[in-house]
Design a protein around this ligand. Structure first.
Ligand code: ASP
Ligand code: MG
Length: 432
């Protein structure tokens, strides 16, 4: 008998009809003899609605109270789902994150899971229940306050529980059939990836592929939990994220042959949420980069690519450019301007009309020419490259925002990733 953790996102439980559909699916797993732990997100866009409500009564809601409010979304879906399962003749019990033993640090709005003690979940399973757990939340070990894990955090709850319970698989259900070689809304010929390693999936997630949260993949890699990303609207096999074999009871004919050939490039990700900031005329002396990036890190801003060049204005000076989330742009400029005299730079240029394209593939380690193929494809499309950065298994370039779709399409074809048939179906919802 196997233990399966199943996570259903907001669009899979958006209304009563969806909850009933998901309940049927869970009941059929139960009838097939699996132990099932379910992690749910709030119904539909309820988390956003609750944030709007909070904002209406207070422009800066106290973080403790905001977490208390937001966790209510998942409490609703867990209880409703347990009722729907009971209505099908299977017994189910719902648990808040705190009851399920999800222990976090004390930070509100983006708490980190530090331990999972799922004693009550184990007993519920032993007593023959389906255990339903509210995603995205936990309880602080020190303050005993209720915390949330950050937007999209239910994926992390699911993987953490799967790890703590030593589950055979963590299934993440959403409204698409899996991870695709590119976003099907941009590249209709994108194909579903049958299997991908943790490191590649982490690079895809960090490069803008929104299907899985980066933290959840990191967690899965550390604990070795296989993830199966699939649609709750179809019975198709989705994408397996694992470095090992697909566990025996879950192997199908299609997943068996897919382990045969591993493409050099697994996928092309893109990101439209970043901006480029250039500090022009920084004195070319030791310590200036340290000063600049300390200021940025004090603001808790995550930067991505960094490029330093001889200044366009003066050879004794350099220009330092980096990319950062667009939402942090104003904060970064303000912090740097306030230390302008001490750093000694001339001025700041800010550009949020950029796009980032990344190609990811384990095969890059051993195949020369991967970079040349990308640059050739972009040049054939007359796409100008602004910044470049690489890791062992990723190449990222910054382009103009308006060139990004063409660039993604061209790169996808250049690596032979196009499929003859349309594979991607978006079944519903507004994303996750
Ligand atoms: N409901 C939360 C959100 O919308 C958590 C999640 O969906 O995973 O961010
Ligand atoms: Mg959601």
């Amino acid at each position: 008998m196997s233990l399966v953790v199943q996570k259903f996102g907001g669009s899979s439980v958006a209304d009563a009809a969806s909850v009933k559909r998901v309940a049927k699916r869970i009941a059929s797993y139960r009838k097939a003899g699996h132990d099932v732990v379910v992690v749910v997100s709030a119904m539909g866009d309820q988390t956003d609605d609750l944030i709007d409500l909070a904002q209406e009564v207070s422009p800066v809601p106290p973080p403790r109270e905001l977490d208390m409010l937001l966790t209510a979304g998942e409490r609703i879906s867990m209880a409703v789902l347990a009722m729907a399962i009971a209505n099908l003749g299977e017994s189910a019990q719902s648990f808040t994150g705190s009851q399920a033993g999800v222990i976090t640090d004390e930070s509100h709005g983006r708490a980190r899971i530090i331990d999972v003690t799922p004693g009550r979940i184990r007993s519920a399973l032993d007593d023959g229940h389906v255990a339903i757990v509210a995603g995205f939340q936990g309880v602080s070990q020190t303050t005993k306050n209720i915390t949330t894990l950050g937007r999209g955090g239910s994926d992390t709850t699911a993987v953490a529980l799967a790890a703590a319970l030593d589950a055979d698989v963590c299934e993440i259900y959403s409204d698409v059939d899996g991870v695709f070689t590119a976003d099907p809304r941009i590249v209709p010929s994108a194909r579903k990836i049958d299997k991908i390693g943790y490191e590649e999936m982490m690079e895809m997630a960090a490069s803008g592929a929104k299907i899985l949260m980066l933290r959840c993949v990191e967690y899965a890699r550390r604990s070795g939990v296989p993830i199966h990303v699939r649609s709750s609207f179809s019975k198709h096999s989705g994408t397996w994220v694992t470095d090992g074999e697909i566990p025996e009871p879950f192997r199908t004919a299609s997943t068996k042959d897919s382990t045969m050939e591993q493409p050099i490039i697994s996928g092309v990700a893109h990101d439209r949420s970043e901006a480029k900031l250039t500090i022009v005329g920084v004195p070319d002396v030791p310590g200036k980069a340290a000063e600049i990036f300390s200021i940025i890190s004090e603001q808790e801003i995550n930067i991505d690519m960094i490029v330093q060049n001889i200044s366009t204005r003066d050879p004794g000076r350099t220009d330092i450019s980096f990319t950062l989330p667009m939402t942090d742009g104003a904060k970064a400029i303000e912090a740097l301007e306030s230390r302008k005299d001490s750093i000694g730079f001339d001025h700041i240029r800010y550009d949020d009309q950029i796009g980032k394209l990344s190609v990811v593939g384990d095969g890059m380690r051993s195949n020369p020419g991967v970079t040349a193929t990308l640059f050739r494809a972009l040049s054939d499309e007359h796409v100008n490259i602004d910044l470049i950065s690489t890791s062992e298994i990723r190449i990222s370039v910054v382009t103009r925002a308006e060139d990004l779709d063409r660039a993604v399409t061209a790169a996808h074809s250049a690596y032979g990733l196009d499929s003859d048939e349309t594979q991607a179906i978006v079944y519903g919802g507004t994303g996750r």
